[in-house]
Design a protein around this ligand. Structure first.
Ligand code: ADP
Ligand code: MG
Length: 412
């Protein structure tokens, strides 16, 4: 059951309302420091413009909390998009209102307009649960969505990064546009292909690598993957909660004492379904965390006043061995405090091992902002099959959660 994409419908002479993720990083002068997200949206935008559609683009930027904030204006994005497209991109100073509506009406085929930050209006982020319990909120959210929807004939969602939320522009707008074409763009199509197919029909052996700071963030992912993967390699601070659950001493390493029982249960569950959870066999520890800090490698307990900051050299070899021959790999979360060198060595070694496996045709999917940045820093982004653009969204996808705002869009 694949979703219809923008390529499946006729946009000629139609007004297309498209939700993008233009939540780009800005510096103190409101200059865009990375236009990656704008560049990624280009294929879908060009496809529509070249086929004679008029586009109304909408996005959020930052967390302005429902009020106007010039520091979070999307105006710089309109300018950059215009440069990238080599054509004028009109900018509407407000995402709704009479003036914006008139501007939208005046658009003809091949025209492109960007609306101001959706989150300047508090209605955008009203949660559906809250709206169900409060008629006033419901009405406010619906009216806001109807104003947006009223400008267009077609709805396109290409913002995977917010696809796990029930924001007005993501969920309520397509809901009120029932009967009109509601489809996905090429970015989401790619995300669904890689994340979706990887989980539903993985070629075996299937290895998951999980790291990062917290077990609590990734319990849902571990639970969902247990009966799908052959191995789960655990690095990062997550490992220490598992160590402590096994009765080991972890010093002052980051550890979640509230999740010791859960960790024990996960280890037992894994055994029952024949999934091997592989924990580190050695750890790089420091007594004080700073760049280039004096450090040592221990195989067993971590003494008091010392903190685990990376997987050790033996673990790097062990994890690389486990990846050798894998046909499917999912990776979420760095292996150590990779922001502070040399404690990025474990993450680097793992990135190289994933890239090597990809050389032998393993499908490799990277989810998570920090893991993606680690791979990109090493210049290995071309080696892997897919780097997800959605941090929280990719995590929820790996947890097996349903995305309401995608469910309501048209099926092929
Ligand atoms: P992602 O963004 O890829 O999903 P997370 O946000 O879950 O990854 O985790 C990334 C964070 O985990 C990084 O900031 C990193 O410093 C931290 N981290 C990794 N290993 C450790 C460790 N041993 N101790 C403390 N923090 C760690
Ligand atoms: Mg992160």
């Amino acid at each position: 059951m694949a979703k219809k994409t923008i390529a499946d419908i006729d946009v000629q002479g139609k007004k297309v309302l498209m939700r993008c993720d233009f939540n780009v990083p800005l510096d103190e002068n409101c200059d865009i420091t990375s236009d990656d997200r704008i560049v990624k949206a280009l294929p879908t935008i060009k496809h529509i413009l070249e086929r004679g559609g008029a586009i109304i683009l909408m996005s959020h930027l930052g967390r302005p909390g429902g009020v106007r904030n010039e520091k979070m204006s999307l105006a710089p994005v309109a300018k950059r998009l215009s440069e990238l497209l080599g054509k004028e991109v009109a900018f509407a100073d407000d995402c709704v209102g009479a003036e914006t509506k008139a501007k939208a009406q005046a658009l003809s085929g091949g025209d492109c307009m960007l609306l101001e930050n959706l989150r300047f209006h508090k209605e955008e982020t009203i949660k559906d649960k809250a709206a169900k319990e409060d008629a006033q909120l419901r009405e406010a959210k619906d009216n806001f969505a109807r104003e947006l929807a009223g400008m267009a004939d077609i709805y396109v969602d290409d913002a995977f990064g917010t696809a796990h939320r029930d924001n007005a522009s993501m969920y309520t707008v397509p809901s009120v546009m029932e009967g009109k074409p509601r489809v996905i763009g090429f970015l989401i199509e790619k995300e669904l292909k890689f994340l979706g197919e990887t989980l539903s029909a993985p070629e075996k052996p299937f290895v998951a690598i999980l790291g990062g700071a917290k077990v609590s963030d990734k319990i849902g992912v571990i639970e969902n993957l247990l009966d799908k993967v052959d191995n789960i390699l655990i690095g990062g601070a997550m490992a220490y909660t598992f160590f402590k659950a096994q009765g080991r001493i972890v010093g002052k390493s980051l550890c979640e004492d509230d999740f010791l029982d859960k960790a024990t249960r996960l280890l037992k569950q894994a055994e029952e379904v024949d999934c091997e959870i592989v924990l580190p066999v050695d750890t790089v520890i420091v007594s004080e965390l700073k760049a280039g800090a004096e450090n040592k490698v221990v195989a067993g307990d971590i003494e008091a006043d010392w903190q685990g900051v990376d997987i050790g050299p033996e673990t790097r070899k062990l994890f690389a061995d486990k990846l050798c021959g894998a046909k499917t790999i999912i990776w979420n979360g760095p292996m150590g405090i990779f922001e502070v060198p040399p404690f990025d060595e474990g993450t680097k070694a793992l990135s190289l091992a994933v890239a090597e496996a990809a050389d032998t045709e393993a499908r490799s999917v990277i989810g998570g902002v920090d893991s993606a940045s680690a791979i990109t820093k090493l210049g290995l982004q071309e080696k892997v099959s897919h780097i997800s653009t959605g941090g929280g969204a990719s995590l929820e996808f790996l947890e097996g959660k349903k995305f309401l705002c995608l469910e309501i869009l048209d099926e092929k």
